[in-house]
Design a protein around this ligand. Structure first.
Ligand SMILES: Cc1ncc(COP(=O)(O)O)c(C=O)c1O
Length: 424
């Protein structure tokens, strides 16, 4: 047990888990903000209209108001679950019948809560999880907190490489005597790399999960923010809803109202909602009401307006990187919020560089290190051995979602000039 000066004896995890690196960066107010995955295009006028209409409705219908300002069901309000079931079926082809299977949906406080509750209900200390290398740190850190052994699997410009996932399952069996409990992926415009998995890889991952009886967590945070047509969700392959936990969020496609929605196999859903019941009882009904109206009547218009603007931002960033960055490799996103850059010079430390050069010059990005697990395993020798996790500090995640195109062009060019000076 850890303790501090006041004598409280804090839980062990408090001594080895740090504050989220991305949360920590929020305290900096800079001109060139390329850090957290903050949406820069939010249809605030639509939400203002929805709230004005709702306010009138509440005056006319105090009974409805009393319900919406009250506690609601842990798994979500049925009317909102039905709206989302319909959208998931119609737009993402998720195999659920909106009329009869809408109660497969779970509403959580952000998809972050669904990720946490999934880990909380599936992972005992020592259990194994497979993630891409690098991976979303909001998944990695809670997994480590709960004592998971993480095996990170190589990725390329199309995302996680399924052959290595299969090898990781075999290594897990050999080294830990266990089949992994979870394979975690962000197939559409990954966080942090911005890559998108082709259909063949989606199918291969599904087949691996199926053949080894592993839960596949498909985190679809960026699925609605796409510049071109993407392959179908992995969940579309899961006709019986038993293999894939599909996670969506309103944060990127609506507003950061802290609402996530997921489609979970029934036995997984039961445990996740049991956990949520203990975590926060329920998600705000008022917020679900606002979002219900948005998803029923406004999302298509809002996305039609937002997606081209995100694409312009992405293109501005890519262009400025190509014009000014020193030797290295970048990804080529077809949606989402992020570009990943890796310096050819492996000795480059993007965390140090941010402190010494980027922040003093009003530039913020997320250094790549935190996207590799603090403890855990990485595959070496062509995937035939495991070695301790080895963060690649010569990397960075650049977010194009928040800043305007001119700020992006200016800031990235400045960053490129500083990087070129540093790296020769
Ligand atoms: C890949 C991924 N998953 C989950 C989340 C959590 O989203 P939220 O809790 O806002 O729904 C994020 C947020 O940035 C993310 O990038």
């Amino acid at each position: 047990m850890a303790s501090n000066k006041s004598g409280y004896s804090f839980a062990t995890w408090t001594s080895f888990i740090e504050e989220s690196q991305i949360r920590a960066l929020l305290k900096y107010k800079v001109k060139y903000y390329f850090a957290g995955g903050k949406p820069g295009i939010i249809p605030t006028d639509i939400f203002a209209g929805i709230m004005a209409d709702l306010s009138e409705q509440y005056k006319k219908d105090p009974k409805m108001a009393l319900e919406d300002f009250n506690y609601g069901p842990t798994g979500g309000q049925p009317w909102f679950m039905k709206t989302l079931a319909k959208r998931l079926k119609e737009v993402r082809d998720i195999p659920i019948d909106p009329e009869t299977e809408w109660n497969c949906i779970s509403i959580t406080n952000g998809s972050q809560q669904a990720l946490y509750a999934l880990l909380d209900t599936l992972i005992d200390p020592g259990d194994v999880i497979i993630t891409p290398s690098p991976a979303y740190l909001g998944f990695l850190v809670p997994a480590i907190k709960l004592g998971a052994r993480i095996i990170t699997v190589p990725t390329d410009l199309e995302g996680i490489i399924p052959e290595y996932v299969e090898k990781a399952v075999i290594l897990s069996k050999r080294k830990f005597g266990k089949i992994p409990d979870i394979i975690y992926v962000v197939p559409d415009s990954d966080n942090p790399k911005g890559t998108t998995l082709p259909m063949s890889r989606r199918q291969a991952l599904y087949d691996i999960a199926e053949s080894h009886n592993i839960l596949l967590v498909e985190d679809s945070a960026y699925a609605e923010i796409q510049f071109k047509n993407n392959p179908k969700a992995i969940k579309t392959l899961d006709k019986e809803n038993r293999r894939v936990a599909y996670l969506g969020t309103t944060s990127k496609e609506a507003a950061v109202l802290r609402v996530g929605y997921s489609v979970l196999p029934p036995n997984v859903r039961e445990q996740v909602l049991k956990d949520k019941g203990h975590l926060d009882l329920c998600t705000s009904s008022l917020v679900q009401r606002i979002l219900d109206e948005y998803y029923r009547n406004h999302i298509d218009d809002a996305m039609r307006a937002a997606i081209p603007q995100y694409q312009v931002r992405c293109e501005a960033m890519l262009k400025a990187m190509d014009a000014s960055f020193p030797a290295g490799e970048r990804t080529e996103p077809t949606g989402g919020f992020f570009i990943w850059w890796e310096s050819e010079d492996k000795s480059f430390d993007s965390t140090k560089f941010m402190e010494t050069t980027a922040i003093p010059n009003e530039i913020l990005y997320v250094p790549g290190g935190p996207f590799y697990p603090l403890t855990g395993y990485t595959m070496v020798e062509d995937g035939n051995e495991l070695a301790p996790s080895n963060p690649e500090h010569n990397t960075m995640r650049l977010g194009f979602s928040y800043a305007t195109p001119d700020i992006i062009s200016e800031g990235i060019e400045r960053l490129g000039q500083f990087l070129s000076k540093e790296l020769g």
